[in-house]
Write a protein that binds this ligand. Structure first.
Ligand code: SF4
Ligand code: SF4
Length: 310
């Protein structure tokens, strides 16, 4: 009998995506990321922990959460609970959520076994059409690499098309564990300058660039680069040319530009976090036309937003 030992923490499963790989796909959002980009539209995916989301409109100020928290992580300010997220990071109990009867506190993720996840994937399979499959995203799927490998292997062996979206900032040995079970990689790039990369994401890009070079030598599937485009952060011609040059040295010559949007802003409020991208503008169509021109000068095919061939 086949036994899958690993379970993982996810924060969402979306059943019918047409923008994250060929055909219609089931997206699985992993919790935990090795970067912390200030514009991230899924901030609930950055922490591996099940920290609570706080919906203030549902809160009646009863105080149950404060009295039930064993770690004294909740203070009341202006008759509303304010949660110390640093303490919650290490809390396995989440008793505050069980004791909030109005649903003002909810889990930001859940643990799931490989078999349970696979049965959800099998359920969705009938809706994908011929080309569809699964895409692991997040968060960073390769921070839970054993769980990711188990689900990818199971899908790959069942002739399901497999893809991941990765920030690339993981040890090379993590890529090695999964590449035999992957058809497709979306590889996110943010900035070519290591210092600017650290300012925007919390880490240098040295490891990421090394991993691209190693993938170039070993990965036989398809890879599409992605660039979250943030005017005023990574929009300079110098930066775009640096990224285009890096891509032109690889065997893959496609990039998908993801223009900054502010749709994730409300999630920062639910998490009690500051939304640092608020002062950055969304790009104009002229900006995006210029980006496309830069990449095409380097022989890199550039797809803007959802205008992709997949
Ligand atoms: S238990 Fe829920 S409703 Fe009561 S104060 Fe806490 S968050 Fe608000
Ligand atoms: S998650 Fe844990 S530490 Fe945080 S408020 Fe709830 S019970 Fe307290």
């Amino acid at each position: 009998m086949e036994i899958n030992q690993h379970s993982g923490t996810i924060f969402d499963i979306q059943g019918f995506s047409v923008h994250d790989g060929p055909g219609a796909r089931t997206l699985i959002f992993f919790k935990g990321c090795s970067l912390s980009c200030f514009w991230c539209s899924n901030p609930e995916g950055i922490s591996k922990s099940n920290i609570p989301l706080y919906y203030s409109a549902k809160c009646i100020g009863c105080g149950n959460c404060k009295t039930s928290c064993p770690n004294k992580a909740i203070q009341f300010i202006d008759e509303k609970p304010v949660i110390d997220r640093d303490i919650c990071e290490k809390c396995p109990e989440n008793t505050c959520i069980d004791n909030c009867y109005t649903d003002a506190l909810r889990m930001s993720g859940r643990t799931i076994s490989v078999d349970e996840l696979f049965s959800i994937i099998q359920r969705d399979r009938q809706y994908w059409g011929k080309k569809g499959g699964i895409t692991l995203t997040g968060g960073e799927p390769l921070t839970q690499v054993d769980f990711a490998r188990d689900i990818l292997e199971k899908c790959y062996n069942a002739y399901i098309h497999t893809a991941i979206e990765t920030c690339g900032h993981v040890p090379w040995k993590n890529f090695k564990k999964v590449i035999d079970y992957l058809d497709w990689i979306f590889f996110d790039l943010k900035h070519i300058d290591p210092k600017q990369h650290k300012i925007g994401t919390g880490s240098s890009n040295a490891n990421i660039i090394n991993n691209i070079r190693k993938l170039n030598e070993t990965f036989k599937g398809k890879l599409v680069f992605r660039l979250p485009f943030i005017p005023g952060y990574n929009s300079s011609k110098e930066n775009l040319e640096g990224i285009a040059s890096l891509i032109s040295e690889s065997k893959w010559k496609e990039i998908n530009i993801l223009p900054l949007h502010h749709l994730g802003r409300e999630k920062y409020q639910l998490l009690g976090l500051e939304y640092k991208a608020a002062c950055f503008p969304t790009p104009s169509s002229e900006d995006l036309k210029n980006v496309k021109a830069v990449f095409e000068e380097f022989g890199v095919t550039c797809f803007i937003s959802q205008d992709t061939p997949f």
